[in-house]
Ligand binder design. Structure first.
Ligand SMILES: Cc1ncc(COP(=O)(O)O)c(C=O)c1O
Length: 395
């Protein structure tokens, strides 16, 4: 039989890169049940469940809380295209690849974009945002990436949200790599627009972008002078499908929404607080193990993200050879660096389904063997012992 006609059996990879992460088996099962129509009353009840559970996970009472059809980038586009009109002034906080993508999308919406940049591996400085806000009257919105996946940095949201609101601007927050892994408190932090993705800490495949819009952002949407440039992402149209009217807008990705419903049930059954602590503990164990191997962590200590750890490729070791060996010999995927840190860092995700001691130990022991084979000197067993100490609560 020709190869393309053979049934495909994917290898059982441990997805420890920057996302996607492995999917919970309950989610996979939920996605394989028979289809319903996108206006079927039973599907509408599934949509309602998803809206309720998304509000719980985003920690918000926002009525406009729905999954956008599309990956995290669809969330980025939907967030900005609904808020921005040509001629608006916008500030993009950039300390990595995804902050820069938001700036690019905002400029395609016709906004005048001002960038507040911080070096990769460091957090955005709230003072620098305030200084930029002072320079420009009537800034419509400021964007911030909560968990910058390209560097493994967690940015300070509450402080920045307060500043942004003092200048009457809206805060657009990217939580693609944080939602379900670290605290995202939309109402407590006063975030106006917040979106995420399903394939990281929510234990689902890529394909949906949960999004929530607070009262100030809804007011901005209602007060637009021009129609939203994207018909597909126009939230006033989408909210009539997801709201009372149930008017057809586009054919919802039914099976993905079944999967998200199950993924959210898994998250809430575990409990948000427990989940955040689990991510913290396993990240601490991984960091201890990597440091015991003599590796240097990339993100600065005070802003390290639990869901993704960035580590410098050691001198004399070839990035691609190690990642290929992990993939081919151990079935483990980790991420390489993007842009200015390509070839210089590895990015190890411990997200949702993968944030467990077993995955930490599996990666550390594979890495120890591969690095030894590459001529990098490692004291046998120290990485596992260091990680074990953290897991056991001994440090
Ligand atoms: C912080 C962040 N924002 C946005 C995106 C874009 O999401 P996607 O690749 O699902 O379109 C990603 C993807 O990794 C991300 O990490």
């Amino acid at each position: 039989m020709v190869k393309y006609m053979e049934e495909f059996h994917p290898p059982a990879r441990l997805l420890m890169g920057a996302g996607p992460s492995n999917v919970n088996t309950r989610v996979l099962r939920a996605m394989s049940v028979p289809l319903l129509g996108h206006l079927d009353p039973d599907f509408i009840s599934v949509m309602d469940d998803v809206k309720v559970m998304l509000r719980l996970v985003f920690q918000t009472a926002n009525n406009l809380t729905i999954p956008i059809s599309g990956t995290g980038t669809a969330g980025m586009e939907a967030a900005l295209v609904n808020i921005l009109e040509p001629g608006d002034t916008f500030i993009a906080a950039i300390n990595g690849y995804f902050g820069a993508r938001l700036a690019e999308i905002a400029s395609r919406c016709g906004a005048t974009v001002h960038k507040v940049e911080a070096p990769w591996g460091t957090a955005v400085d709230p003072g620098a945002i305030e200084a930029e806000l002072k320079k420009h009257p009537r800034v419509k919105a400021v964007s911030l990436v909560h968990a910058e996946t390209s560097t493994g940095v967690l940015n300070p949201v509450p402080e920045i949200a307060d500043i942004v609101h003092r200048y009457n601007a809206l805060l657009v927050l990217d939580t693609v790599t944080s939602l379900g892994g670290v605290e995202v408190a939309v109402d407590k932090w006063n975030v106006d627009v917040c979106y995420a993705g399903t394939q990281k800490c929510l234990g689902c495949p890529p394909g949906l972008a949960p999004l929530t819009l607070g009262p100030r952002a809804q007011e901005a949407l209602a007060g637009r002078k021009t129609p939203v440039q994207s018909w597909y992402f126009d939230l006033s149209l989408l909210s009539s499908y997801w709201g009372q009217d149930r008017a057809y807008h586009h054919t919802a990705p039914i099976s993905m929404i079944f999967g998200l419903r199950e993924g959210l049930r898994v998250v809430l059954e575990e409990g948000l607080e427990h989940r955040f602590q689990r991510h913290q503990r396993n990240a601490a164990a991984l960091r201890a193990g990597l440091q015991a191997l003599g590796l240097e962590l990339f993100a600065q200590e005070e802003c390290r993200l639990p869901c993704l750890t960035s580590v410098r490729v050691p001198e004399g070791v070839t990035d691609a050879r190690v990642r290929t060996a992990l993939l081919r010999q151990y079935n483990i995927e980790i991420g390489g660096g993007l842009g200015p840190v390509a070839g210089k860092i590895w990015r190890v995700g411990l997200m949702g389904e993968n944030s467990y001691p077993s995955t930490v130990f599996t990666l550390l022991s594979a890495l120890e063997t591969i690095l030894t084979g590459e001529g990098y000197e490692v004291a046998p067993g120290v990485a596992l012992a260091a990680a074990q100490q953290v897991i056991a609560g001994a440090t």
